[in-house]
Design a protein around this ligand. Structure first.
Ligand code: DSN
Length: 421
């Protein structure tokens, strides 16, 4: 039998317009520096699984319990993903079907909360302090249908204050306490959260999307021993395909599985699940541990380099893959910093900082992350170089010569650390 997966020549011949856009994106990725904390580069093996013929198969249900015939091989793949997730993270149960972080989080609501029920309260971090859209934002179903109460970081340290969170939990008696953020650079005391949850009789949920890859590589504390349920995307620091997973204690397994399918989703995307299985296998290797450690080392080097350039690093540093940086000391706001960096080939996010006096459209900060740079093999010297480029560009926003030099430096850096064969 002849084996077969994604075929670039077939795409080019059949649909040159789509092929051209994909080629353009690859060229963009090869010539610009990726500092978006939630982005990465999946391996060729992960991409091959995603581009495979498993895309053609319906498989509603779970391995061994499907609503479709012909599931022999997708069962193998999905069971491999489940077993590897359980082994890698030491979890009692894994559901690998969520299409995205948002649907994984929806499944948690479906499993444990009732819509429009005042008693179904969730205590989570405010979006403006580093939370996420699906953690109770009024424009998202989480905030429209469920009763979220927000905690904040401490105004002085810009870090979590577990005593204040405990006081809030004692006062509000939430059903669920949520930790895990999109713009919080420090470690999270999962044990302290567990104790608070036990004290008030709440479930403890961690949205680990940003840092689960670091957990896999042993470079960040694991929430799994402490949390009832852990949700995460697979395409960020974990470096898998676009998608998500849920880990939980055995006692919640049935409720979570039912909430994913049939409550929130229909057919699982088995080619993406194959990509998740491949990524989990890669995450078990010593090379992945090296990458995870380098990611944190790089983030620390980048943060301290940016501080040397005169920027203010929120909370004074980082323990993870990202840093939140107040750009106002250089006389710019986050929006113009994002645009200026984009002009020289560095992609990053504008971001609000805690207690930001400025609106989300023109916030005071930027968020920088190192997973993609670390995947390419960049280390501390390169991060200092990058900090210097950013500092130069933000200090001389009108200077065409500075920008031209910065663009050349970025291209040179990307040539030294080439992306994809
Ligand atoms: N959009 C992601 C991020 O950039 O942090 C979170 O889902």
């Amino acid at each position: 039998m002849r084996e077969y997966a994604a075929d670039w020549e077939a795409l080019k011949a059949t649909d040159p317009e789509v092929a051209e856009a994909i080629a353009g994106e690859l060229e963009r990725e090869r010539t610009t520096l990726r500092l978006i904390a939630s982005e990465n580069y999946a391996s060729p093996a992960v991409l091959a699984a995603v581009g495979s013929t498993l895309s053609d198969k319906y498989a509603e249900g779970y391995p061994g319990r499907r609503y479709y015939g012909g599931c022999r091989y997708v069962d193998v793949v999905e069971q491999l993903a489940i077993d590897r997730a359980k082994e890698l993270f030491g979890a009692e149960h894994a559901n690998v079907q969520p299409h995205s972080g948002a649907t994984a989080n929806m499944a948690v609501f479906g499993a444990f909360l009732q819509p429009r029920d005042p008693a179904s309260t969730v205590l989570g971090m405010k979006l403006a302090h580093g939370g996420h859209l699906t953690h109770g934002s009024p424009v998202n179903v989480s905030g429209m249908w469920f009763n979220f109460i927000g905690y904040e970081v401490d105004r002085e340290t810009e870090q979590l204050d577990m005593d204040r969170i405990r006081d809030q939990a004692l006062a509000e008696r939430p059903r669920v306490i949520l930790a895990g953020y999109t713009a919080y650079p420090r470690t999270i005391d999962f044990e302290a959260f567990r104790q608070i949850a036990d004290e008030v009789g709440a479930l403890f949920w961690v949205d680990a999307a940003h840092f689960i890859g670091l957990v896999a590589g042993g470079a960040f504390p694991s929430p799994v021993p402490y949390a009832d349920v852990v949700t995460f995307t697979t395409h960020k620091a974990l470096r898998g395909p676009r998608g998500a997973m849920i880990l939980c204690r055995e006692e919640h397994a049935k409720a979570i599985d039912k909430a994913v399918f049939p409550m929130m989703q229909g057919g699982p995307i088995e080619n993406n699940i194959a990509g998740k299985a491949v990524a989990l296998n890669e995450a078990m290797t010593p090379a992945f541990r090296g990458y995870a450690e380098r990611t944190v080392r790089d983030a620390r080097a980048l943060a301290s380099g940016l501080a040397d350039e005169g920027l203010r690093v929120v909370s004074g540093g980082t323990d993870s893959h990202l840093a939140l940086v107040d750009v106002r000391p250089l006389g710019v706001d986050g929006k113009s910093a994002e645009t200026l960096c984009d002009e020289v080939g560095i992609t990053l996010n504008k971001n609000q900082i805690p207690y930001d006096p400025n609106p989300p459209s023109a916030p005071s900060g930027i968020r920088v992350g190192t997973p993609a740079c670390s995947t390419l093999g960049m280390d501390e010297p390169e991060m200092r170089e990058v900090a210097g480029i950013i500092g130069d560009v933000l200090l001389h926003p009108e200077d065409a010569g500075t920008k031209e030099k910065a663009r050349a430096q970025v291209r040179d850096l990307m040539q030294r650390f080439p992306l994809y064969p």
